[in-house]
Write a protein that binds this ligand. Sequence first.
Ligand code: APR
Length: 231
Amino acid sequence: MRFNETDRLFVLTGAGISAESGLATFRASDGLWMNHRVEDVATPEAWHRDPALVWRFYSQRRRDAAAAQPNAAHLALAELEKQMPNRFYLCTQNVDDLHERAGSQHLHHMHGQLFESRCVRCDAPFADTSLYEDASALPTCKHCGAAIRPHIVWFGEIPLDMDAIYAELDAATHLVVIGTSGNVYPAAGFVSIARRAGIRTIYIGPEPPSNAASFDEILLGTATAVVPTLL
Ligand code: APR
């Protein structure tokens, strides 16, 4: 596929783009949700019930993400952003930082970020990564003393930056979705919104997602095999 100089690209990524960097996806048989009950680690109720368990879960995910390296798909998207200045937009459901480490400059993490935390009471953000050194210690806010929680959008919470994300989708000519199973809304609904607006919709992944019928085109293959061909 080739883009011309008036095209505007909206790219949505999911866990599949980081799979070849060694990070587990969610819904595979060996995936994160098969090994954990979502209700135990990724809901506000889980946090209220057992914050230490939730903190340990995200500490492990931070260690995994820190040990991973961006792959050819992350790098290709960073390069595409350079080739299409102001006409390329990236939205990720991933909470790892592999897009940033590949060089992507402008992106929204609609489900939050592993390496950010915030106070549950005064909402102060904590960017200090020394917070993550001792996985067994639950940190507290230095302003108000309340608990610090991961800056992650849990099930039942509202995704971040949605106004800006929908404005970018509105302005696009092409929606390219990479490595997401199409089960979690609102991201799973972007393709229907795009179709109604006349935006060309393309999916990239090794198997069709559950919303495959809504795409104009499905490019079957792994992210590292297919995404670099967009360049
Ligand atoms: N390249 C591209 N896609 C891949 C690869 C690969 N190498 N390997 C697996 N995939 C695809 C799978 O085929 C699947 O469709 O990645 C997708 C992963 O799907 P999920 O595990 O459901 O992950 P995702 O869709 O990103 O989950 C969405 O759900 O659990 C919540 O908040 C969490 O952001 C997450 C959201």
